[in-house]
Design a protein around this ligand. Structure first.
Ligand SMILES: [Zn+2]
Length: 263
């Protein structure tokens, strides 16, 4: 949808960089106008009216004027500030990762209502204290669905047979999901997937997020599903998310270990 000369929209900041002396360029996700780049002129000056409200991890209401290269932010109001999310380093690092996935998934100026709603919900959940790893897996699964790349966890992606719990499985993201034991293929590209992990992947597709938050799970299955979904997203989006390095660092740091354990 082409934006009018001046318009107002809800928005979440996906990324930003400083430009020149005092400006900042923001990548925003909006429900109606999709992803767009906007410039906040003079925002880094102490006297700026836009001030500190144009921040990530908040739902903003932003007034914009169409510009030649970037649209120009003229006013900002904070709708929801997810303050608790910012207090926890792992939640904040996860929020960056989710924003990067949304950024990578969208082309500029394409409608993005479902993705906006998904990111909004994920931030609410992080803010409410749900385990960041669970929020991330739930989000990855639904994002893949929105991209038309729902992982196949019920049938073998090669022979289309229903996966049999009595057999073994492998996870093959380039093929779109799980492969049965009768379809061997080159082993290097096929990671073994335990039955617990397969069940958990199914749960992320089928259960509502409240039920997922309440699941009690072996930590090993959570780790396996994390690796499986990272691989899947890397293949779907054609590269590894840069923010994962920071997220891994945060989780490895003393004091944050164990925060991905079942809630
Ligand atoms: Zn098969």
């Amino acid at each position: 949808m082409p934006a009018p000369r001046r318009y107002v929209t809800d928005a979440i900041v996906l990324s930003r960089f400083d430009l020149g002396e005092a400006d900042r360029v923001l990548t925003l996700i909006t429900p109606g106008y999709g992803k767009l780049k906007a410039i906040a002129k003079g925002i880094r000056r102490p006297s700026s009216r836009l001030g500190g409200s144009l921040e990530p991890f908040a739902e903003l209401n932003v007034a914009l004027a169409r510009g030649r290269t970037f649209d120009v932010v003229t006013e900002v109001r904070v709708g929801h500030a997810w303050l608790a999310l910012r207090d926890q380093l792992e939640s904040a690092a996860t929020a960056w990762y989710l924003a990067e996935l949304a950024d990578r998934s969208l082309e500029e100026r394409h409608a993005a209502e479902p993705l906006y709603a998904l990111l909004h919900r994920a931030y609410e959940l992080l803010d409410a204290g749900m385990a960041p790893g669970r929020v991330a897996r739930w989000y990855e699964m639904h994002l893949a669905d929105e991209l038309g790349q729902r992982p196949e966890v019920d049938r073998c992606v090669e022979c289309d047979r229903m996966l049999d719990p009595a057999e073994t499985f492998r996870w093959v993201p380039p093929l779109g999901g799980a492969v049965c034991q009768r379809c061997p293929g080159p082993p290097a590209e096929r990671t073994a997937l335990s039955l617990d992990a397969l069940k958990l992947l199914k749960a992320y597709q089928r259960l509502d997020v409240e039920a997922i938050a309440a699941l009690r799970l072996p930590a090993a299955a959570e780790r396996e599903v994390e690796a499986a979904m990272r691989d899947f997203m890397r293949v779907a989006l054609e590269r590894e998310a840069r923010s994962l390095a920071f997220l891994d660092e945060v989780r490895a740091a003393p004091g944050t270990a164990g925060t991905t354990a079942p809630v």
